[in-house]
Design a protein around this ligand. Structure first.
Ligand code: ZN
Length: 255
């Protein structure tokens, strides 16, 4: 049984990711390894194929569209991949400083990915979604494509408005919460008011890409987020942690 599950972690962008995954398996820690390009997703699937506690998402991160690393061909590949995998992420939209100029290309890619997923339903499909200054547009796409009904959509590090939060709740979305989100007043308020059955934990680690990281760093971050979340909600951290771990394990099909 998993003790902790990191529902949004860039394990494949840590040079020692496999080592960390193996130690985590012993420690009862599971991962949703979100990737940033379709090529990275394929590489990560191979790299973590022997790690029973890791699920790899097929991703197309908006920043990699924004900086020109990924173009229309990658968007087609990501959509083709989305049609036959149960794990999607990191996908989404970024209309903040880093992504505003490419928001239309991002929206086309995200819509194609969600359309492909909707057109080829798979039981237990999940998506980890990035939404900066674009939660309404993400929700429009989830509704329009039908993904809101057929995919367990997880907002990673939600930063939209309160209205957008409730719209996402009413659409059935889940929320993975990290310690950075809980460092802000608004983040804590969202963490306090969200329905208990929508809560998940994440790290969004590593802080530095393509460098070594540590299981200690991941566990410390997950535990800090859990402690803060329990404090904010006035509940017992052990019970909350067990509830979130069970929900996460179910979403990832982890034993
Ligand atoms: Zn991420």
């Amino acid at each position: 049984m998993m003790r902790l599950v990191d529902m949004h972690c860039h394990l494949d962008l840590m040079t020692n990711g496999v080592e960390i995954a193996r130690a985590a398996q012993e420690a009862g820690i599971g991962f949703f390894c979100t990737t940033v390009t379709p090529a990275d997703a394929a590489a990560a699937q191979a790299r973590f194929s022997e790690c029973p506690n890791v699920r790899v998402g097929t991703g197309l991160h908006p920043w990699w569209i924004a900086d020109g690393t990924c173009g229309a061909q990658d968007a087609r590949e990501a959509a083709a991949g989305a049609a036959h995998t149960a794990y999607l992420g990191e996908v989404g939209l970024d209309a903040g400083k880093r992504g505003a100029a490419s928001i239309e290309a991002q929206a086309r890619a995200f819509e194609h990915i969600m359309e492909a997923a909707s057109a080829h339903p798979l039981p237990g499909r999940i998506a980890s979604i990035h939404a900066i200054r674009s939660a309404s547009r993400v929700l429009d796409i989830l509704e329009r494509t039908g993904a809101a009904r057929t995919v367990a959509c997880i907002f990673h590090w939600f930063s939209g408005s309160t209205d957008e939060l409730w719209r996402a709740v009413h659409l059935g979305c889940l929320f993975s919460i990290n310690e950075h989100m809980l460092a802000t007043k608004r983040g804590r308020e969202y963490a306090r008011i969200l329905p208990a059955d929508r809560l998940l934990l994440e790290t969004d680690a590593p802080p530095e890409l393509h460098a070594p990281y540590s299981l200690e760093g991941i566990e410390r971050s997950l535990t800090a987020a859990l402690t803060r979340l329990a404090e904010t909600r006035g509940v017992d951290p052990a019970a909350l942690g067990a509830d979130i771990a069970a929900r996460s394990a179910r979403l990832l099909g982890l034993a």
